[in-house]
Every structure is written in C-alpha cells, then in structure tokens.
Ligand binder design. Structure first.
Ligand code: FES
Ligand SMILES: [Fe+2]
Length: 437
C-alpha cells in the first residue's frame, strides 16, 4: 500500500500534476484514424484533462487545437471546416491547424488583432491507424521502432475502448500476469481454431494445449521483472507436470502502455491514456507477423461490444457487466461472458474511479506493479529536477529499439529468455515485413 499523497501523485493527470507531467513527455494516442473517416473530419478529443478538437483540413493535414474558441469560449467542435481551417460559428473567427487565428470577419476592416490570437495547439502525427498527440514541452521524443509502428498498415489493426477509471489501474492489469489464470478462466476450452482475433484462445506456445487449459491448470506463475530501455520486461513461468515450462514474456512500455502476445500470429500493444483523472481509453494496435490482419473481422468483433462515437463498452457498471450467476457456475470465472476485455474492465472499474491504494495489500505476484510504480516515482522526481534524460526513451537511442519481444513458448531447459528469443526468431523470420530484432 502507498500513502494518499503518493496515490495522488501517481494517478492525477491534469496540467501541473506529477504523473501528468510525465505522460506529457510522450506521444499519446488521441483518436483512431477511423474516427476521421467521414465527410466532415472533426472530432472532440479530451486528453489529459484538456478539451480539444481534432480536424483534418483541406490539405489532408491534421490539427489539434483547444476546443473553446479563444474569442468567447464557444465550442469549436461545431466549427465550419472551411478555408483550410476551422471557423467558429459564433462570430466567424477562423483558425488554421496550428491554432493561429487568421481572420476575424466581424472586426473592423484592416484590424490586425488576429495576429495576437492563437488557440492552444499540439503536434499530431498519424501512425498505423492512430492519431498521436504530443502535449509536453520542447520537442517530442522519436517513436521507437517497435513492431506496431514498423509493420505496414496492412498488418496492424487499431481499436479503442472507454474505461471509467483512472489510467494507472487500467495499465496495472496489463502488468499483472497472475490474473489471467483466474479472471480470464474458461471452465471449458473452445476449439483454438476459432480463436482468430481473440486473446488467450490459441494453443500455448508450440503445443496442442489450449491456453485456456494451461492458465487454468497452472495458476501460480513464477514472475520476474527486468528493467529495459523502454520500461519493464515481465517473465511469467508456469512449470508443467511433464517437466516443461510455459514461458510468457510481456512488456511495459513506459509510461502507459503494454506489449503482450495475443496469439502465435499477433501481438497487442496497448496504451492506457487518460481522458482525465477518472476516465481513460485503451488503444490497442494488433500487429500481425505473417498474414495481413483481417481488419473487417476484427472491427466487427469489437463493434459488437462497443457503441459509437465514444467507443463505450455496451457491458458496463450500469448493467452489471452482463453478469450471469449460472454462467459463473458453469462456464466462466466471472460470469461476464467470453470477451476478456469485459473481465479486465470490470476488474479495474470495480476498484472505484481512482483505486484507493492506501487500502491494498500487494503480494509476490504484484512485482510488476511495484516495479512500475517505482519507475514512475523516479520519473516524477527526474521531471521535477529538470533531468529528462533520466526517463525511459527520452535519452537517445529510442529509434533503435525494436520488438519488444512478446510471446508464449514452451521451454525444456532453464534458459527461459533464450527459449523465448529462439521461438521469436522463427516467427519473425517468416514475416513479410522487416521484423528483425
Ligand atoms: S466565440 Fe468563437 S468567434 Fe466568437
Ligand atoms: Fe486481463
């Protein structure tokens, strides 16, 4: 458990907050490219407690500017997308994608007042289905050469979902390898051939054992954590009765993302980005090694569980996450259906909007969570001291970072990392894009 003061420091994200200052030093997902695929590409974005508007101008370039018009505060999301910018419907002030006011049609002829008016704006770039924003001071850091950024657009599918809780508890479920044996337990195994696009439904490593069975049969993983240049590497070992060991390698990408295996074909790189202190989005990039991603199928699977335009899950606290006691007795551990996203969502939302960490009791399997909080505390201290090069991926060499290796494999010997690396090399070798690490 930690003090209330520490909990506030690690979780709060608005301007001037401790964790918010760290998150602002990294590119954050602001919207899906899909959201801009419409006749009038203008969408509201609430990010790190700030209300913004994202638009694509007539040149096809993106702008991310403050939502409240600098004149008298009207909502620019209703702006007229014209003359290569966004024009406020209230008095016609016109802003370009940098937020500069370029025209005030109601002010006296010859007025140059507009030159002094600039809406707050942030740099944005689009990569593999996600629009990324940099809301920090100075220059943004480079993107690492991770698989999700390096794979061609055909091999990456991006989606998002809204969770009604603080970003840190959302991220912490992703660095907790023990929960999969319980929260995501299926009391019966389905055919792994039906697993496309779903987590924990493939076979484990290079065996015929369904992941669901392996997780169920071996609920006490031995977990170790290593510091890396991008964050943390988590190794979860499940020692099997026949002497073999299931090795699962997952990663935390500082400060708010994880990279985990989904199936033998795909990994998931998932950001947990704050909308504000008490709401966040997950943004996932599903990256396929060999075949192009079936985006239509992946989208259809997920749109069945979410409503647009805010990507809020249809199962939520208001309908008890679809909880069914008969299902809980016979089919799943949670009684909340087969979609593991709903299980995670229940776990992190049911803690309360901001988990009260003064009341928790962390165990041995929480080592990833403990190590990550320590790293976040160190980063907060470094930002306060103005020593940004103490932060992961703010200190050179970021563009050379690859992978990160995330996989499930079965090992016979004791060198788990070598076994994982070997399995990964084989997978990467048959990849049509350059996935070398
Ligand atoms: S409030 Fe936007 S132009 Fe007046
Ligand atoms: Fe989970």
């Amino acid at each position: 458990m930690i003090s209330q003061e520490q909990n506030d420091s690690l979780t709060r994200v608005g301007p001037g907050s401790d964790a918010g200052a760290v998150l602002r030093l990294y590119w954050q997902p602001a919207a899906l490219s899909d959201e801009l695929m419409k006749a009038r590409p203008v969408v509201p974005v609430r990010l790190l407690g700030e209300d913004l508007v994202l638009f694509r101008d007539q040149e096809g370039k993106l702008g991310l500017i403050q939502r409240a018009c600098p004149h008298r505060g009207a909502d620019l999301c209703f702006g007229r997308l014209e003359d290569n910018g966004l024009r406020c419907p209230f008095h016609g002030w016109h802003f370009d994608r940098s937020g500069q006011c370029v025209e005030q049609p109601g002010e006296p002829e010859g007025s140059r007042m507009h030159e002094q008016i600039k809406a707050r704006s942030y740099p944005v770039v689009e990569k593999n289905g996600i629009v990324w924003a940099y809301m920090g001071p100075g220059d943004p850091p480079p993107f690492p050469n991770f698989d999700c950024f390096r794979a061609p657009d055909t091999h990456v599918f991006a989606f998002k979902g809204l969770w009604e809780c603080n970003w840190l508890q959302a991220m912490e479920v992703g660095i907790d390898p023990a929960h999969a044996s319980f929260l995501h337990r299926f009391l019966q195994d389905e055919d792994p051939k039906e697993s496309y696009g779903k987590q924990f439904r493939d076979t484990a490593g290079n065996t015929e054992i369904p992941m669901t069975k392996l997780l169920r049969d071996y609920p006490r993983p031995e977990i170790s954590v290593d510091d890396t240049d991008w964050g943390l590497r988590l190794t979860a070992l499940r020692h099997m009765e026949d002497g073999r060991t299931h090795v699962r390698i997952t990663n935390q990408i500082f400060p708010g993302a994880i990279c985990i295996p989904m199936s033998r074909e795909m990994t998931i790189t998932q950001w947990h980005v704050p909308v504000d202190d008490t709401t966040c989005y997950w943004y996932s990039m599903f990256t396929s090694f060999t075949k192009p991603v079936d985006k239509a199928l992946m989208r259809e699977q997920r749109l069945k569980e979410h409503r647009l335009p805010d990507y809020a899950p249809l199962k939520n606290a208001r309908n008890n996450y679809g909880y069914d006691e008969n299902e809980q007795a016979s089919t799943t551990y949670t009684g909340m259906g087969l979609d593991i996203n709903v299980h995670d969502q229940w776990a992190v939302e049911s803690m309360g909007r901001i988990q009260d960490r003064t009341e928790e009791h962390l165990g041995k399997t929480d080592v990833g969570i403990i190590r990550n909080r320590r790293r976040l505390r160190d980063a907060i201290a470094a930002v306060k001291a103005g020593e940004l090069d103490r932060l992961p991926m703010r200190n050179g060499g970021t563009e050379a970072l690859t992978g990160p290796v995330s996989n499930d494999t079965i090992a016979t010997g004791g060198n788990w990392h070598a076994a994982a690396a070997e399995a990964d090399v084989a997978r990467r070798a048959s990849c049509p894009w350059d996935a070398s690490v």
